[in-house]
Design a protein around this ligand. Sequence first.
Ligand code: CMX
Ligand code: CO
Length: 135
Amino acid sequence: MKLINLDHVAIAVSDLDEAIAEYRRQYDVEPLYREVVEEQGVEEAMIPVGGSFVQLLQPLSAATPVGRFLAKSGPGLHHVAYAVASIEDALDHLKREGVRLIDETPRIGGRGARIAFVHPKELAGTLIELVETHE
Ligand code: CMX
Ligand code: CO
C-alpha cells in the first residue's frame, strides 16, 4: 500500500459558520466547497491548503461519531486522511496485518469519494481515514 498524499486534516467544531469565519479572519482562506454528508452524520467544509485540505466538521446531531467526540473532548483535531490509489487493496493489506478496521468495506464520503476508517486505538490514538483518489 502506498499513501499518495495527506488528503485532509479534520477538525471537529460545534459551529461551522463560526469556524469558517475564523479561518477566513485569521488565515485569509476560503472553503472550496461545503456539503452535508448524511452517511457520516456531518456537515463539512473543505478549505484548500497547498495540495491538501483542512476539513471542518460539524455534527448533524449529538448521536453521531463527531457529536459524541465533541461532547467528550470538545472541539479539536478529529482525524487525518490519507489518499490511496485502491481502497480495496489498502483494506486487504490492513486486514492481513490484523489491524482493527471501523469499515471493512468502503463507504461514501464527501463528493462521493470512497472512504474507510481505521480504529484510533491501532496507531497512537489517531483516527485514520483512507480516501480513494484517482489523480
Ligand atoms: N480520535 C481519537 N480517538 C477517538 C476518536 C477520535 N476521533 N473518537 C473516539 N475516540 C476514542 C474515544 O476517546 C474512546 O477512547 P477510550 O476508550 O479510551 O475512552 C474510544 O475511541 C471509543 O470512543 P467512544 O466515544 O466510546 O465510541 P464511538 O461510538 O464514538 O466510536 C469511533 C469511536 C472512532 C469508532 C467512531 O467515532 C467512528 O466510527 N468514527 C469513524 C466515522 C467518523 O468519524 N465519521 C465522521 C467523519 C466524516 C468524514 O471525514 O467524512
Ligand atoms: Co475526513
